[in-house]
Ligand binder design. Structure first.
Ligand code: MN
Length: 291
């Protein structure tokens, strides 16, 4: 089953070219979006499987404007979790050394929206990643039990400024976490460790990998994260990016497709980009950075 959000606050099951509106059937209404309303009220895969879709309102997918399928409380992300990306970054360390980092929840955007480049003179890269959506509270779970806490999976772009700041700054700018186009529920993804991932920028295939090459796989990543922090329904884990990251330019289309999970498309804009030396809040303080 695939779950999408359209018209900002309507939850839908995707059925081919049609969206079946399940918002009212699930009572999925709340300030944090329809999916969070459903999950926070205790809903999960069992309720979705039991849903009778007969007679519910339908809408052509092509005419709908999709929103982020979930508004997470937390976006938790894995640095350096593929060997080939470790090599391209000339990185000696891996996730085992760096642990996890957090991206601001406010950096989430949906399909068809725009990534805004913050600076005119600093490189900003695409990172195509498999995303995991947590379905129920997970605290200190074992790798064996970890996948039982997953609602589903989706393509995630971890947009990343290449500069000296900590990851949580470089990756938390507004618009830096495109999610979508929808969530594919866990029952429809037999093995999250065997998915082909492809990412194009401006029509050029930059990333082509399999999630089989994750250094820390999905189950171990959830287990590890859940021993650091409690994972809440709707939280998203970005599992890390394979080789092929590269700079984005204004007007670029970024397309991330993961086998069975759909195709996330966004565009890049430099509207409002400023010189790095002019960073508001720091400008004029006489602070000399090394960069
Ligand atoms: Mn990343």
């Amino acid at each position: 089953m695939q779950l999408a959000v359209f018209d900002d606050d309507r939850l839908a099951v995707v059925d081919g070219d049609v969206l079946i509106d399940v918002t009212d059937a699930l009572g999925a209404t709340g300030p944090d979006g329809p999916l969070r309303a459903f999950l926070d009220a205790g809903g999960g895969l069992a309720q979705l499987a039991a849903l009778d879709l007969t007679g519910l309102p339908r809408r052509e997918l092509a005419t709908a404007r999709l929103a982020p399928p979930v508004l997470p409380r937390a976006v938790i992300a894995a640095p350096v979790n593929y060997r080939d990306h470790q090599q391209e970054m000339h990185e000696q360390r891996s996730i085992a050394d760096y642990g996890l980092f957090l991206k601001a929840a406010g950096s989430v955007i949906g399909p068809g929206e725009q990534i805004q480049l913050p600076y005119t003179d600093k490189r900003t890269d695409q990172e195509g990643e498999l995303g995991v959506v947590i379905g129920r509270h997970a605290s200190q779970v074992s790798p064996q039990d970890a996948l039982d806490h997953v609602l589903g999976y989706l393509p995630v772009l971890d947009i990343s400024l290449r500069s000296t700041e900590d990851r949580s700054t470089r990756k938390s700018f507004r618009t830096f976490t495109p999610l979508g186009p929808w969530i594919t529920t866990a029952d429809a993804v037999p093995d999250p460790g065997a998915l082909e991932l492809r990412c194009w920028v401006g029509g050029e295939l930059r990333q082509h990998a399999s999630t089989a090459d994750l250094i820390v796989d999905v189950a171990h990543l959830i287990s590890y994260a859940s021993h650091v922090m409690d994972l809440q329904p709707g939280d998203v884990i970005a599992t890390g990016t394979p080789a092929g990251v590269g700079p984005l330019g204004a007007g670029d289309d970024v397309v991330l497709e993961i086998e069975g999970l759909g195709r996330l498309e966004v565009r890049v804009s430099d509207d409002g980009a400023i010189p790095y030396a002019d960073r508001p809040g720091l400008r004029g303080l006489g602070l000399a950075g090394v960069a």
